[in-house]
Design a protein around this ligand. Structure first.
Ligand SMILES: [Zn+2]
Length: 353
């Protein structure tokens, strides 16, 4: 509670507040409390930890349907994870138009929560719906971080930002020590991208996975190589969590993904499927995605007792146009979307005619 109170008090006293910020963080008292500010809904999800949700619109494509950013305040600094959609310039491919005052609006929220704490920003991956608001924080004395292996040049092509504002770190080696025993560890999970980073706020048992494992209704891997990367890296993540926490501790791990609106589909996107009442995922999700990916390599969707099922193929949706026609593989609440021929190739099997 002390950290949260400090963050909010600093916010009220900060230089930024004096420049006319009207963002008021005071309603964020207990976990689950939320407040709307402009385009964003800000949720308190822990002591000094916040989810900044862009609820999105269904008239766009891909990331336009909604995306989440996260903020962790320590005693000495604050770490923001991801930078959402670009509402400064807009992003044409996802049919996202610029919004008035977009940069200021997000800054008011973030600095309203961090106050005078120095801010660092790290992205999970360099896709346009996760690095979109970079320009809002350039020239504000912020350290930007990107995982080694990510396509750093994408910043330029997507958003016309000089990629050199980002510093490259090695996921697995880099640790963000925010003070007050707030240690954020980094972990490499490739497949969706080449240097995808998952962040673990260890003592609080909060895991931020971006899009590396999907957000509930599956993640797509279009080649055997990409599927192998996620199968291996997700399994390493499972092993690491097992080694890092006692059983009862890891059962309470909370998993925050890049697109939490997908959490409610609880496993896969199917029009008739009843949605679940859930605001974050858990340890079972991590295990199930790893089991799903690894099960495909064993050809387990053809083995009825394995728990892995091939339940159909993706219909076309505006939220995920590129997945149309691919096979839906489900293991518990873990889902992988994969072209069926890639699944057969991964399993070393000949695809039936
Ligand atoms: Zn995304």
């Amino acid at each position: 509670m002390i950290l949260a109170a400090m963050c909010i008090m600093l916010g009220i006293d900060s230089g930024f507040a004096q420049s006319g910020s009207s963002f008021d963080a005071s309603p964020l008292v207990n976990p689950g409390d939320h407040v709307t500010y402009g385009s964003y809904i800000i949720y308190k999800i822990g002591d000094g930890v916040y989810k900044i949700n862009d609820p999105g619109v269904t008239t766009g494509k891909g990331g336009a349907w909604g995306v989440d950013m996260y903020l962790i305040c320590g005693e000495n600094k604050a770490l923001m994870i991801d930078l959402g959609n670009n509402y400064i310039e807009g992003y044409e491919k996802d049919l996202i138009a610029p919004r008035k005052n977009a940069a200021n609006e997000l800054c008011e929220v973030i600095y309203g929560l961090t106050g005078e704490l120095p801010l660092e920003i790290a992205i999970t991956h360099a896709h346009p719906d996760h690095d979109g608001m970079t320009a809002a924080f350039v020239n504000r004395n912020v350290d930007f971080w990107i995982g080694k292996g990510e396509d750093i040049a994408a910043l330029k092509t997507q958003h016309h930002i000089d990629s050199s504002v980002f510093m490259v770190f090695t996921p697995g080696e880099k640790i963000f020590d925010l003070g007050g025993e707030r240690i954020v560890e980094t972990f490499l999970v490739r497949g969706h991208s080449n240097g995808g980073t998952v962040y673990l706020l260890k003592n609080d048992k909060l895991l931020f996975t971006g899009d590396a494992l999907g957000s509930g209704f599956g993640q797509s891997f279009r080649s055997v190589d990409r599927l192998r990367l996620v199968a291996e890296d997700a399994q390493k993540l499972v092993d690491y969590i097992k080694a890092s926490y006692a059983p009862y501790d890891r059962y309470t791990l909370r998993v925050y993904t890049g697109h939490t609106w997908q959490n409610v589909y609880g496993g896969f996107l199917y029009p008739e499927k009843e949605k679940v009442d859930v605001g974050y995922l858990d340890w079972r999700f991590i295990q199930d995605v790893a089991s799903c990916a690894n099960g495909i390599f064993k050809g387990n969707w053809l083995v009825e007792s394995s728990g892995l099922s091939h339940i159909g193929k993706m219909a076309y949706t505006d939220c995920w146009p590129g997945a149309a026609g691919q096979a839906i593989m489900v293991y518990g609440i873990g889902t992988i979307i994969v072209p069926l021929n890639v699944a057969y190739e991964a399993a070393g099997l000949k695809m039936p005619e």
